[in-house]
Design a protein around this ligand. Structure first.
Ligand SMILES: Cc1ncc(COP(=O)(O)O)c(C=O)c1O
Length: 504
């Protein structure tokens, strides 16, 4: 266990890592270490013109004053302990390879080859990478699904209870909380169920690093009883891209094993720009988080209600929570349904981005999702509302035509994901990954074993995982999604002309 500098020696107003980096930058010396640009002296002029010279002076390696990410005993240890205090953890690890590294390490730390892990079918691909690297056997559970919104929500406690009853020998439960759309499942109930079976609950909280800092946000997974939580500090807080954190509470997951796993999936030359940005982001949240998020919530709430008044648009609202897989909504996440305008989310995204100067985080067939964070200004939200007003006007939309369109909406637009359930799994994702494979015309792929993770958007629930048998139904549902304007990710040939199969 790390010493509790966060609560005893170092108050949250300190930034030990950032300060140490700053003093290294200011110390005059001749650099004979990596990186080769030598504190910016050799940086190409074109890059310096874009980024300025200053940033390169702080792009330093693991100098003695800067501690060591993989055996921290100095300023990194202090900064991580402060983060643990701020985020409600017993122990925190800084990550320089995103939540991707954290999710993989979480699986490697809890599962040996052949061990079972219970997880939702709509996991992020980093979890599938974790399955491949660890050799763990997935027990996939379908998430709750809203056919009206065509959105996959969270795992439900009932589904977890059933999986635990069938697989009491599993080694861990993993859940995604919140979803990309800000939808939160019942993490507290799921933690309790996992603990009743002596299993740790691992939470991919990539989109929820802000939850601990405002009482009107959904409960943070650690507070709700999760044992290990991975957060993309860069996604919703102010850290730099790729900077993330892994937190633990209690001792169901062994810290030594996490440290060892993280060494497998991170560079031995971690970027101090990223590490220092984690220290600064934690400091910002610990000292001003509530106030900043108060404003962010106000901006998002106002925009949500103004968007709802534009004919043809509707938004995902906190009042819609109330099912087992959707018990709360992160109000900073704006999901706007555009089908009432008679266009798809993809088409709306292209117009907003190319013509109206507003860029979404995630377009899908029916919706556009926007991340509103402490970095957004009222001008940004004004631009968003104005752009949607202009888009609606371009579509010649009125409340009356919207009602007509809603009635005419083709039922084929909604595909229930239960029709995607694959028949069976013959190989683990790891065995499928390492097997010899070949691409075959789609018609010849039926009853063969998939070498690919094939996931259509919508609804973002994989139809095929590596190692699963390719059924005719799975192919038909993928083809339907392509035909109605959806996208297929994960396969080498996204037009679905060929599929990659395992040779056996
Ligand atoms: C649910 C979820 N988990 C994990 C990740 C991986 O996060 P990162 O980009 O920080 O590696 C993402 C990225 O989008 C995500 O959406």
């Amino acid at each position: 266990m790390q010493p509790d500098f966060g609560r005893v020696l170092n108050p949250q107003t300190e930034t030990p890592l950032l300060k140490a980096l700053q003093s290294c930058v200011q110390k005059p010396h001749a650099p004979f270490y990596t990186p080769g640009h030598k504190r910016g002296q050799g940086i190409p002029a074109s890059l310096a013109a874009l980024l300025g010279a200053q940033v390169f002076q702080a792009d330093l390696p693991e100098l003695p004053e800067l501690d060591n990410l993989f055996a921290p005993q100095g300023v990194i240890q202090e900064a991580q302990a402060l983060a643990a205090g701020a985020f409600g953890a017993d122990r925190t690890w800084f990550l320089t390879n995103g939540s991707t590294a954290g999710v993989i390490a979480a699986i490697l730390a809890t599962c040996n080859p052949g061990d079972k892990i219970i997880l939702p079918r709509n996991v992020h691909q980093s979890a599938v990478s974790g399955l491949i690297l660890s050799g763990a056997v997935p027990i996939f559970i379908q998430p709750d699904y809203d056919p009206t919104l065509d959105l996959a929500h969270s795992l439900t406690p009932a589904a977890i209870a059933e999986a635990l009853a069938q697989h009491p020998d599993a080694k861990a439960v993993l859940m995604v909380y919140p979803t990309y759309y800000g939808v939160c499942g019942d993490v507290a109930a799921i933690a309790q169920l996992a603990h009743q079976h002596n299993m740790p609950l691992l939470v991919d909280e990539a989109h929820g690093a802000h939850f601990a800092f405002h009482p009107e946000l959904p409960i943070a997974a650690l507070t709700a009883g999760a044992d290990l939580v991975v957060q993309s500090t860069h996604k919703v807080l102010s850290a730099m891209t790729q900077a993330a954190m892994l937190h633990t509470r209690g001792d169901r997951v062994k810290g030594d094993r996490i440290s060892k796993a993280l060494q497998l999936v991170q560079s031995t030359s971690p970027s101090y720009l990223l590490l220092a940005s984690l220290d600064a982001a934690r400091h910002q949240m610990a000292t001003q988080g509530k106030q900043l998020l108060e404003y962010t919530l106000q901006l998002a709430d106002e925009a949500r209600s103004r968007l709802d008044q534009i004919p043809g648009l509707s938004t995902l609202k906190p009042e819609q929570a109330g099912t087992a897989g959707f018990i709360a909504l992160d109000r900073t996440r704006l999901t706007v349904t555009v089908t009432g305008l008679g266009i798809s989310g993809f088409a709306a995204d292209a117009i907003l981005n190319e013509q109206l100067g507003v860029t979404a985080e995630l377009p899908s067939l029916q919706h556009l999702t926007f991340i509103v964070s402490v970095g957004n200004t009222s001008a940004d939200l004004e631009a968003l509302v104005q752009a949607f007003g202009a888009l609606a006007a371009m579509q010649g939309e009125t409340a009356e035509t919207q009602r007509r369109r809603e009635k005419q909406r083709p039922s084929s637009l909604i595909l229930h994901p239960l029709s995607f359930i694959p028949p069976s799994s013959l190989l683990t994702p790891r065995d499928a990954f390492f097997a010899a494979t070949e691409a075959v015309p789609v018609a010849q792929a039926v009853n063969r074993i998939s070498a690919e993770l094939i996931c259509p958007y919508p609804p973002g629930i994989p139809v095929l995982m590596p190692g699963e048998v390719i059924s005719a139904e799975a192919i038909a549902s993928l083809q339907t999604i392509l035909a109605i304007g959806g996208t297929i990710s994960g396969c080498a040939d996204s037009s679905l002309g060929t599929l990659r199969i395992v040779l056996c």
